[in-house]
Design a protein around this ligand. Structure first.
Ligand SMILES: [Zn+2]
Length: 59
């Protein structure tokens, strides 16, 4: 069973696995935007834009 959350960029439904945890990154299948799970309840998930730009992990 998946929770669904609306993409903040394009409004598409993003499926979030039930065992996803806060801090995990999900990707919108429609626009390809990356979002980080900022909060998770029983059947409710909140996303925030993933802050990946500018981070350099030295890979
Ligand atoms: Zn989207």
């Amino acid at each position: 069973m998946k929770a669904k959350v609306e993409c903040q960029e394009c409004g598409a439904d993003i499926g979030v696995p039930e065992d996803a945890v806060v801090g995990e990154i999900v990707t919108c299948p429609d626009c390809g935007g990356d979002f980080e799970i900022s909060a998770k309840g029983n059947d409710k998930v909140e996303l925030k834009p993933a802050e990946t730009v500018g981070e350099d992990w030295g890979q």
